[in-house]
Design a binder for this molecule. Structure first.
Ligand code: FAD
Ligand code: NAD
Length: 475
């Protein structure tokens, strides 16, 4: 007999597993199908994010930051360390343990919420029937539902002239598991992955060259932020070459020779490992039959309306498989909104307040629009900026680089964007997201009491600075 559900979710990443949990919380009989398995062949829900994305990369970012701190940063605090050594195997094992704990946690949450979890590949057919296939291709289940949520995520893009060999030329997944620190590491793409994973291996001892096709560094970020970050990365020894379009790579006995063009001239670097991080593509392979009315656009994203509805009745799509920022929290919020909509409690996602974070050192975080974007739209803005160097806490931490910038509407004072480069920017941005969610003005933030001494005082002073009344700087 075919099991029938209120909701079937295909894909168990932050979009899918969160949608399944929310649907179950709202009393809907729910199943979640996810095909990921760990190296022991056990189901490993959590998607890209938990298995090979956000979590393992942050585990390595933290570990490598401790290593660099012990080697170079502690002396400034008067702490002497005789000999710092690297146990890469232990560092990688710690990362894998965290992944195991968190993916195991999702399996437990499925059980606690009475969600049926199928480990296999799901394909949607007519009448919202869904088949599940094992790794060997055998059909292990056939189920159906009133509503189906597609949350199949994304996969790394390959550069045709630099195909992955998954040994020397790797994607982000390969770059999370190098068995030894490469002496020379090349990275194609100075985007989020290139900067984060490039930072990990630089801290662990690699000489890193990042080749970026665009002439502008971090074009999506605020101009002041990207300029400041570029300066700090350069100081750390990250060799970022802008306007460098990679044309090919050849692997031989002496390593991998990467060719690129820059300003009409040909360039070349020789590296031991090469990470290709030029973006991700929506992953929808064998996800649904061709004749169901579900359409993908020319880049492969599933087309949806403003309520995440696809062209097939009662079938929705969320997360990396649809347009919008490829971020875990965006995927989860869409999953929640869709589950609530199915249960009759219409939810929505405010795309103006999706925070972006790059977990480098310094961290980079922003929410809302940049000053340039707003000016291009003809919106009058007033800005306030405050450096961490003028805050006691950042000084005490020996982390005084960077700043907070608040961009407000020049007439209404409503906050339209907040941009941070500096210590704990990933945590500091939450206050700005909340302020924007509540349509706060810069004055609201300026009148909010911030504990002293904290890094958040930089946000407070930046908000004060919009009205030229910051206390700890000359206005
Ligand atoms: P995914 O997480 O990709 O999950 C989709 C799941 O569905 C996968 O398990 C897949 O195997 C499964 N699946 C696909 N098709 C089928 C099918 N037909 N049947 C069954 N199962 C299927 N984002 C952040 O917000 N913060 C970060 O710090 C961050 N760091 C990242 C670091 C790296 C190295 C990478 C690669 C990504 C990072 N991201 C980060 C992006 C984040 O991982 C994604 O935005 C997020 O995982 C998208 O969630 P999703 O649920 O849409 O898809
Ligand atoms: P990205 O879009 O952030 O950056 C890719 C970069 O590669 C771009 O700057 C692009 O100009 C460059 N590029 C493209 N083709 C090139 C070529 N031929 N030669 C040189 N440069 C080239 O993509 P990504 O870094 O691969 O990350 C993919 C997605 O994963 C991101 O969009 C992000 O949403 C998500 N992610 C998020 C986080 C986070 O939130 N901290 C971390 C990692 C990944």
């Amino acid at each position: 007999m075919t099991d029938h559900y209120d909701v079937i979710v295909i894909g168990g990443g932050p979009g899918g597993y969160v949608a399944a949990i929310r649907a179950a919380q709202l009393g809907l009989k729910t199943a979640c199908i996810d095909k990921s398995r760990n190296d022991k062949g056990k189901g490993s829900p959590g998607g890209t994010c938990l298995n090979v994305g956000c979590i393992p990369s942050k585990a390595l970012l933290d570990s490598s930051e401790h290593y660099e701190m012990a080697r170079e940063g502690l002396a400034a605090h008067g702490v002497g360390v005789d000999k710092v050594s690297l146990d890469l195997a232990a560092m990688l094992a710690r990362k894998d343990k965290i992944v195991g704990e968190l993916t195991g946690g999702v399996t437990m949450l499925f059980k606690a919420n009475k969600i049926d979890y199928y480990n296999g590949h799901g394909t949607l057919h007519a009448e919202r029937k869904v088949s599940v296939r094992d790794a060997d291709g055998k059909t292990s289940a056939e189920i159906s539902a009133d509503h189906v949520i597609l949350a199949s995520g994304s996969a790394p893009m390959e550069l045709p002239s630099v195909p992955f060999d998954h040994d020397t030329i790797v994607d982000s997944t390969g770059a999370l598991a190098f068995e030894a620190v490469p002496e020379k590491l090349g990275v194609i793409g100075a985007g989020v992955i290139g900067l984060e994973l490039g930072s990990v291996w630089r801290r662990l001892g690699s000489q890193v060259v990042v080749l970026e096709a665009l002439d502008t560094f971090l074009a999506a970020a605020d101009d002041h932020v990207s300029r400041d970050a570029a300066r700090q990365f350069k100081k750390q020894g990250l060799d970022i070459r802008l306007g460098a379009r990679v044309t090919g790579a050849k692997t031989g006995k002496k390593g991998c020779v990467v060719s690129y063009e820059s300003g009409g001239k040909a360039g070349e670097i020789t590296v031991d490992k090469l990470i290709v991080a030029i973006g991700r593509r929506p992953y929808t392979d064998d996800l649904f039959d061709a004749d169901l009315g579900i359409v993908t656009d020319k880049r492969g994203f599933i087309e949806i309306d403003e309520h995440n509805r696809t062209g097939m009745e009662n079938v929705y799509a969320v997360g990396d498989a649809v347009t919008g920022p490829m971020l875990a929290h965006k995927a989860s919020e869409e999953g929640v909104a869709v589950a609530e909509g199915i249960a009759g409690h219409p939810g929505h996602v405010d795309f103006n307040t999706v925070p972006w974070v790059i977990y480098t050192h310094p961290e980079i975080a922003w929410v809302g629009k940049t000053e340039r974007e707003l000016k291009d739209e003809g919106i009058p803005v007033a800005t306030g900026q405050f450096s961490f160097a003028a805050t006691g806490r950042a000084k005490a931490m020996n982390e005084a680089g960077g700043f907070v910038k608040v961009v407000a509407h020049a007439e209404t004072d409503r906050i339209l964007g907040v941009h941070i480069v500096g210590p704990r920017a990933s945590e500091l941005i939450a206050e700005a997201v909340l302020a924007m969610e509540f349509h706060a003005s810069a004055e609201d933030l300026a009148r909010t009491i911030h504990a002293h001494p904290t890094l958040s005082e930089a946000t407070h002073e930046a908000a004060l600075s919009v009205a030229k009344r910051a206390i700890h700087k000359a206005n």
